[in-house]
Design a protein around this ligand. Structure first.
Ligand SMILES: Cc1cc2nc3c(=O)[nH]c(=O)nc-3n(C[C@H](O)[C@H](O)[C@H](O)COP(=O)(O)O)c2cc1C
Length: 191
């Protein structure tokens, strides 16, 4: 079994990465393979609304030359998907939004890519707006017919500078629990 995590932060090694890595470590402890994909530094345009993904229905976005089709391939190969984003102006980052738009439309044209896979969102925040970002991530899973995993609190870690989330003990604990719950569910689904 494999879980792939996408980090939408502009900081590849920032707070979102730290939170995601806590979840991934729990999954590794349960024998589940993991991969972390950073969108930092990637130029990713949003959806063009050409709808050619429906005409071609080949599981790829017709816009080539960026990271999106690799991301869709990784989603297809995975049993579980984590989407992580810092809160930017009370929502996900532009990069994460572009991933959601383009992989979201492509997988609507090819719903078997996400159907009944396990998903969870993870959000880093300095002060406020995290719930809106968290909802944006969860709505991607839900429209993809995925099963969303919960934790002991909503999956949010608090911090500003890179590394600050390590001081948010409850946030880290929430990520530990999230990883264990995701592993539990994956093992139930896949016997
Ligand atoms: C463009 C931008 C917008 C931000 N907007 C918010 C916001 O709306 N609310 C908030 O609490 N923090 C906001 N922040 C702070 C980040 O969410 C916070 O520093 C977070 O820990 C960064 O995670 P990262 O290290 O993974 O990038 C913003 C930061 C940037 C760069």
């Amino acid at each position: 079994m494999k879980v792939v995590a996408f980090n939408g932060s502009a900081r590849a090694k920032g707070n979102t990465a730290i939170l995601l890595n806590v979840v991934l470590a729990e999954l590794n402890n349960e024998g589940i393979e993991t991969e972390l994909v950073s969108l930092a530094g990637e130029a990713i345009p949003g959806c063009r609304a050409c709808y050619q993904c429906f005409d071609k229905a080949d599981g790829h976005c017709v816009v080539k030359g960026d990271i999106i089709n690799d991301c869709i391939d990784k989603m297809r190969a995975a049993d579980g998907i984590l989407l992580g984003s810092p809160t930017y102006f009370s929502d996900v980052t532009a990069g994460m939004k572009a991933l959601i738009e383009r992989s979201g439309m492509t997988t609507r044209a090819n719903p078997e890519i996400l159907r009944r896979k396990v998903g969870a969102g993870v959000v880093a925040v300095r002060r406020a707006g995290a719930m809106h970002a968290f909802n944006s991530l969860n709505l991607f899973f839900l429209i993809g017919e995925m099963i969303v995993v919960g934790s002991s609190y909503w999956n949010i870690g608090i911090g500003r500078e890179s590394g600050d989330v390590k001081k948010d003990g409850e946030g880290i604990q929430t990520m530990n629990t999230l990883g264990r719950n995701m592993a539990w569910l994956l093992k139930r689904i896949h016997g």
